[in-house]
Design a protein around this ligand. Structure first.
Ligand SMILES: Nc1c(NC[C@H](O)[C@H](O)[C@H](O)CO)[nH]c(=O)[nH]c1=O
Ligand SMILES: CC(=O)[C@@H](O)COP(=O)(O)O
Length: 154
């Protein structure tokens, strides 16, 4: 076997950018709290975390890409909550957020995490924002630390 690359979950010298959607703020603020908790528990200093608020999940990739291009950050975390309504709007917002976040990472070489909760119901969103199914912001933060450290190995 050749080399195995595996990163530590240690955030002591990392600088992290967070982009969070204001739409459904009562839930996205919980995702932000979870992300901050996940970063700090793994050693990231609070002063090394910058936060940008955008109108909704659709706008997350735009600012995530700008943050990544600035080369000030080791990883970016995109946070948002998209809940299906009665029209096709949900699909457009989700698809563009997912595509845009993936593209921001691939085009800049800075890992960008997909911390966007996409659900059929508000109950499902609550469950993933710090209640029975955990906190997707926390999960995205841990993934950001892993990817930032892994990215340094290549
Ligand atoms: N319906 C949701 C939205 N919609 C707003 C869009 O994200 C966008 O801000 C607007 O279309 C202007 O470009 N955003 C969410 O984050 N969550 C939703 O459920
Ligand atoms: C996901 C959304 O954009 C949603 O809030 C829109 O709801 P609707 O499809 O009922 O307009």
């Amino acid at each position: 076997m050749g080399q195995v690359f595996e990163a530590q979950l240690v955030g002591t010298d990392l600088k992290i950018g967070i982009v969070v959607g204001r739409f459904n703020e009562f839930l996205t603020s919980k995702l932000l709290g979870g992300a901050m908790d996940g970063l700090k528990r793994h050693g990231v200093s609070e002063e090394d975390i910058d936060v940008a608020w955008v109108p909704g999940a659709f706008e997350v990739p735009f600012i995530a890409k700008k943050m990544a291009e600035s080369k000030k950050y080791d990883a970016i975390i995109g946070l948002g909550t998209v809940i299906r309504g009665s029209t096709t709007h949900y699909d457009y917002v989700c698809n563009e957020a997912a595509k845009g976040i993936a593209s921001a990472g691939l085009t800049t070489g800075v890992p960008v995490m997909f911390g966007i909760v996409t659900t059929e119901t508000i109950e499902q969103a609550i469950e993933r924002s710090g209640t029975k199914s955990g906190n997707k912001g926390y999960d995205a933060a841990v993934s950001a630390i892993e990817m930032a450290n892994l990215n340094r190995l290549f």
